[in-house]
Design a binder for this molecule. Structure first.
Ligand SMILES: [Zn+2]
Length: 119
């Protein structure tokens, strides 16, 4: 079945509360929802694990875009290998968020090791 992206895409101005599990997010940062709509994670706000105010995603990148010696090799939470093409989100508050296929949404502050690598 062919999808019409324009119609299925959730616009930036829509306020939609959804739960996306990391494995729903593909390498382009696009999550496919149960009802076959798509959401571009780069244009969303994510709620930190401790709750509170949702934080806008500032930009998306992956390890392939980084210098070889600065790449993140493993998930900071479960230590499994972090694929070069997996998206990593830089949040407006400076945190980094990684949708790990092996564990969970991983949030890292700048002063943690993952964040320092990125600066
Ligand atoms: Zn992990």
């Amino acid at each position: 079945m062919k999808h019409n992206w324009k119609n299925n895409n959730i616009g930036r101005r829509d306020i939609v509360i959804i739960t996306v599990i990391p494995s729903d997010v593909d390498d382009n940062g696009i999550a496919r929802l149960d009802d076959d709509r798509f959401i571009r994670m780069e244009k969303t706000n994510l709620t930190p694990p401790e709750g509170g105010k949702p934080v806008p995603v500032l930009m998306m990148f992956n390890s392939m875009m980084m210098a070889e010696n600065e790449r993140i090799d493993s998930c900071p939470s479960c230590s499994n290998p972090l694929p070069l093409t997996r998206p990593i989100f830089l949040m407006e508050d400076g945190a980094f968020v990684y949708p790990c296929l092996d564990c969970e949404w991983v949030w890292c502050d700048i002063d943690q090791s993952l964040g320092n690598e990125f600066v």
